[in-house]
Design a protein around this ligand. Structure first.
Ligand SMILES: *[C@@H]1O[C@H](CO)[C@@H](O)[C@H](O)[C@H]1NC(C)=O
Length: 455
């Protein structure tokens, strides 16, 4: 079996082939010319070459970019590319040699799916612009009651139950008046751009023509450095009233934890066959759909949020779990990482799905922050983030570990009085709208107690 896995297998086969051809010619007393050798080789290799070329023709042709729009996101190396470096592990008082700064910024336009990294972002009441606007939801039907009646509800999808969501990519394309195809009347421009959703799908490969084509698709994906071929669909980012009516999107309740916001069910926008393949990839058996938060129906946050009588407004969110923003201190993640069982790979901060990642403060200094200035704006640090099992999902592969880092965190991060959950990171409400960018300074304005309040 081993030799099948050797990368230089082709060369061994080629060597063997040349030797056996020569041997046959020797036996019949034929003196091979170089031309004879290469002609014979070519004839023998032709079927493989044909297959290879066929594979290349099966490559997915990517959809053309949405007209008049550009994709948001960092171009170039991630600002987290050195996140495991020792210098980020310790931190200390803010000084000229240890500035407290924003290290990286991330949004998750489609809840529980892959992040989009940014270098700067608008901050609006609901958090970073474009963050958590959409969520997948599955329809869950109850067992019949005594009268034989069943009820069903849409329940948001999360990596906690469907870890493969980590492999679903969500791109945001926004209208760009400087683009040569820009047309204010075009579909995407009128809808504030579009959300492009891409997910891996491995098709069947059997001994039919379609199976052969599928083999070609997979080979082409591998040659392009992808473990699996990707499928894509697009939906308007913020559909117009006219579009909502034409596509018959419905406004329905969707359950997010203990909250039931009324949101826009945009399932009719996703072709049936694509949805079926997405369900297969995720391992969802119930009906699945895509919801968008209703921009006129943002969810109000009361628990631990700034009080309306103090600040003049109520904190609101889109499809977030509970608060507009989530901040993490890189040194704290290093601390957890250093306490994992020996031999564990280093822990990526991305497991915790933060929006703003800061460096400079010592580990867990953020536990007591209550108000901070980041860039030029002030933020209310509302409470600590209690941790469920989601950080056990490795975002690179979309597979959940049974224990880690959850077990390690339970050992020393159960710090909210009255709670049995571990905490890491801070939940933040916006006090002033504005901008935030990588490299911005972080200044703590107030510290204090944080209370655990039951939902
Ligand atoms: C963040 O990443 C971008 C893109 O690679 C780079 O241009 C920028 O300098 C980085 N910022 C910092 C503060 O490292």
């Amino acid at each position: 079996m081993d030799s099948y896995l050797r990368p230089n297998m082709t060369f061994n086969v080629l060597d063997d082939l040349i030797i056996s051809v020569r041997k046959t010619w020797d036996d019949v007393g034929f003196i091979p010319t170089p031309l004879a050798i290469s002609t014979t080789l070519l004839a023998l290799l032709l079927p493989f070459i044909t297959l290879f070329v066929f594979a290349l023709t099966q490559r997915e042709t990517p959809l053309p970019p949405p007209a008049g729009c550009h994709k948001i996101g960092l171009r170039g190396r991630s600002n987290l590319s050195d996140q495991y470096a020792k210098k980020h592990a310790s931190g200390g008082e803010p000084t000229a040699s240890n500035p407290w700064t924003v290290k990286a910024l991330f949004i998750y336009p489609l809840k529980s799916c892959a992040p989009v990294e940014l270098e700067k972002s608008d901050v609006i009441q609901t958090g970073l612009r474009y963050d958590r606007q959409f969520t997948f939801a599955q329809q869950v039907t109850s067992l019949p009651n005594l009268d034989g009646q069943v009820t069903s509800e849409w329940v948001f999808s999360t990596q906690r139950t469907f870890p493969r969501l980590a492999k679903v990519e969500a791109e945001v394309w926004v209208p760009d008046p400087s683009s040569s195809h820009y047309d204010p009347e075009s579909e995407w421009v009128k809808s504030e751009g579009c959300l492009a959703v891409r997910f891996p799908f491995t098709p069947d490969s059997d001994f039919t023509l379609q199976g052969l084509k599928n083999c070609g698709k997979m080979l082409a994906a591998k040659l392009a450095g992808r473990p699996e071929p990707m499928l894509e669909f697009r939906v308007p980012f913020n559909p117009t009233k006219e579009k909502i009516e034409r596509m018959r999107y419905t406004k329905e309740k969707v359950k997010i934890w203990n909250d039931y916001p009324v949101a826009l069910n945009m399932g009719s926008e996703v072709p049936y066959e694509i949805m079926a393949k997405l369900k297969y990839t995720l391992g969802v058996t119930n009906p699945l759909t895509l919801f968008r938060i209703d921009t006129e129906g943002y969810r109000e946050v009361y628990k631990n949020a700034p009080k309306k009588q103090d600040v003049g407004f109520q904190t609101i969110i889109g499809m977030q779990d509970s608060y507009p923003l989530h901040i993490m201190n890189l040194a704290s993640v290093h601390h957890i990482s250093s306490n994992l069982p020996s031999g564990s790979p280093p822990l990526s901060v991305l497991r915790y799905r933060p929006n703003i990642i800061v460096t400079g403060p010592p580990p867990f200094s953020e536990d007591s922050w209550t108000k901070a200035r980041i860039g030029g704006r002030t933020y209310h640090i509302s409470c600590r983030t209690t941790r469920c099992k989601l950080p056990n999902v490795d975002p690179d592969i979309g597979i959940a570990d049974r224990n880690q880092p959850g077990s390690t965190m339970l050992k020393y991060r159960v710090i909210d009085q009255g709670s049995k959950s571990a905490c890491l990171g801070m939940q933040v409400s916006v006090l002033e709208e504005g901008e935030v960018g990588v490299g911005d300074g972080v200044e703590v304005l107030d510290t204090g107690e944080h209370l655990f309040l039951k939902k």
